[in-house]
Ligand binder design. Sequence first.
Ligand SMILES: Cc1ncc(COP(=O)(O)O)c(C=O)c1O
Length: 458
Amino acid sequence: MPATTASPRSTASARGEAAVAEPAEAEKIEDRARAAARDGTLPAGAPDFAALLRQDPEIAGALLGESARQSDGLQLIAAENFASPAVLAALGSPLGNKYAEGYPGARHHGGCEIVDLAERIAVERAKALFGAEHANVQAHSGSSAVLAAYAALLRPGDTVLAMSLPHGGHLTHGSPANFSGRWFDFAGYGVDEESGLLDYDAIRALALERRPKAIVCGSISYPRHMDYAEFRDIADETGAYLIADVAHPMGLIAGGAAPSPVPYADVVCATTHKVLRGPRGGMILCGGRLAERIDRAVFPFTQGGAQMNAVAAKAVAFGEAATPAFGAYTHQVIANARALAAALAGQGLTITTGGTDTHLITADTAPLGVDARTARGRLAAAGIVLDTCALPCEVREDLAARRTGIRLGTAAVTTQGMGEAEMREIADLIGAALREDGAVRPATVALAHRFPPYPERG
Ligand SMILES: Cc1ncc(COP(=O)(O)O)c(C=O)c1O
């Protein structure tokens, strides 16, 4: 039962509230778009940077400064990307003015016929892209998606298994600083400290011992594919729900470059930014059986009105991700990450797990005698932006237990059009910056300027 026919809509129909846009309405809207494309018409309220410049130079300056920062350096934060001008246009559109609590055809506000169309398109595109029976595209962020998944399946105090934070779990996987750690009883599994790989036997043993209500598979820094079938087996053996939190690889999954958890997990949570290259936001996929519980866990349980500009921008991103060009992009993202990992090893860094299957690399800077914060600072001075991260085996006497992990990803630089040759250049720049081997910044800027993220705007 696809959740678009789940009870929120039937409840509203019974109340006579539903104002569903008919197919004829959708056609009229498309005709309007075609006419606008012909005549160059912009919708009233379309983004107008000149207006912002005139009215608020402080914020306009921040936009200009950030845009220049993104173009003048190498953006290697694994969670970041450059959304297309079409995605940004939807995000900055008057759809953001519309209040739309509820779901298409079952809103608590009037005037939702048009945004209903946008949300239905987003839902249908997400379902088709990922082969899921149900999609909820309203989650405001990846964390909101995970919160809703827990709300749908768990009760406070339930035991949950997830990757421990030092080994690559996200805050929502049981951090004491997060609602997850406060409201649930988390048990953390980890990776083998030597190989850096998930140890499924150890996970199974922990699950059999703790008998969790849910098992979460997903990570902020695991560079290899996870074995979702193995996780499913463990969940079945122990009577647990399986929640896949694939915020990071969701774009690779969309492009066919990484295995999908959809056939295995009860609920799949993700972000729509990162490799997927949409607006910042979250999404949830599940089977028809859980559709209504998931929808109700998003609204009204954990969120209010959907952000319809973001929902429309997600639809645009799903449309882009369904193209062969996006598939090719995701394969190039991985080829680039592999080339970068190999070249960084050549610079003397130790690459966790010896390489990567994804867009993401974690590396130990200890062999170069620098801790991660120093490394991040030297790289930032060179115009190279990345994150520090925990490493599975970090306590070492030589660096007095200071963190020595860096995490980097190739989604953004691949969107800019860079290939394996540029990854080798980037590794040379990183090596030189870490060794403080001359002035690196001019070479970084020159490389970045050869690949502007928004070339049509110069
Ligand atoms: C595995 C995982 N889950 C959840 C999130 C949270 O996403 P957001 O920052 O949109 O809340 C992230 C973000 O990096 C993530 O990597």
